[in-house]
Design a protein around this ligand. Structure first.
Ligand SMILES: Nc1ncnc2c1ncn2[C@@H]1O[C@H](COP(=O)(O)OP(=O)(O)OP(=O)(O)O)[C@@H](O)[C@H]1O
Ligand SMILES: [Mg+2]
Length: 274
């Protein structure tokens, strides 16, 4: 299970995030970016954050620590924004926290160089989890103390929104042409040789074990959270073996709309919002 922290103060909303994440302080004196169970994107984006973020960390990629954040909506009572109030009210109980990296900068490919080996590891990992949200339009990476950090894995494991499609996910191609690190010549083959053997059923099970039971409960087609966890393990293990053959880094699209589905871009009305 994730380490649990009680949110003691709601500091401010992060306006740039589509799901309206907030910055909160915890009873461990830490500061966290909080993602809410009551957000319109639903609890599955939080499950994706825990599994993909946890897997990336276990593979040695930099992802800020994830925690379970207990929220009593009363801590937001002085927040003037109605939308934030609604979100807090809809999110009492366990939410997701990510360690806030103070002073970090959004990744800018013109200002920060990534070597081909590191770019390869990130692209290979994103291909494994089918992350559609690390494009040059929305890199979802931070630079902190001179290092690259990965954030925002809510738009990965897309197949868990439609479990019958999960079996076919192992063979699904991954188009990395618009990936934010595509310009750095990602060495995906080297990353696959290094990382694929480490994605064992044991490692995946340890990662899935971190997801709180309540985010896996009552999943249609499954009789218990343990069964849902096993489905994540099985799907990712099958994909790890051959994902590098399925990854294409082609010509980047110059403009045009993001390929991320609308509901992940925060364009849909959030729960509680008009
Ligand atoms: N751990 C962190 N430390 C510092 N800043 C962060 C952290 N996590 C997120 N942020 C900032 O908050 C913004 C929104 O976070 P994030 O991308 O996780 O939210 P989201 O609602 O999923 O966004 P999106 O619009 O990409 O779907 C990031 O672009 C970044 O500027
Ligand atoms: Mg984001």
């Amino acid at each position: 299970m994730l380490r649990e922290v009680v949110a003691t103060r709601y500091v401010t909303p992060l306006r740039e995030g589509g799901s309206l994440p907030g910055i909160v302080e915890g009873d461990d004196l830490g500061t966290y970016v909080m993602k809410f169970t009551g957000a319109g994107q639903g609890r599955k984006t939080l499950v994706a954050e825990v599994i993909s973020g946890g897997l990336a960390r276990r593979l040695g990629l930099r992802v800020p620590e994830l925690v379970g954040l207990q929220l009593d909506p009363v801590i937001g009572r002085s927040e003037p924004d109605e939308e934030v109030q609604e979100l807090l009210k809809a999110s009492g109980g366990l939410n997701l926290g990510m360690d806030f990296l103070p002073g970090s900068l959004g990744f800018d490919p013109l200002a920060f160089r990534v070597d081909a080996a590191e770019a390869g590891r990130v692209v290979w990992f994103d291909a494994l989890v089918g992350n559609v949200d690390r494009s040059w339009r929305n890199p979802n990476m931070l630079v902190w103390h001179g290092d690259l950090w990965l954030i925002d894995h809510g738009a990965s494991l897309i197949w868990h929104h439609n479990w019958p499609s999960a079996a076919a996910a192992a063979d699904k191609p991954y188009d990395a042409s618009d990936h934010a690190l595509a310009p750095f010549g990602p060495d995906v083959a080297a990353a696959a040789a290094e990382l694929a053997p480490r994605v064992t059923a044991k490692l995946l099970a340890a990662t899935a074990a971190e997801v709180p039971d309540e985010w896996l409960a009552d999943e249609p087609g499954f009789s218990s959270p343990a069964e849902v966890r096993a489905a994540y393990v099985e799907t990712l293990a099958a994909r790890a073996a051959r994902v590098h053959e399925l990854t294409v880094v082609g010509e980047r699209s110059q403009d045009g709309p993001s390929k991320a589905p609308e509901w992940l871009k925060g364009k849909l009305p959030r729960k509680g919002a008009r």
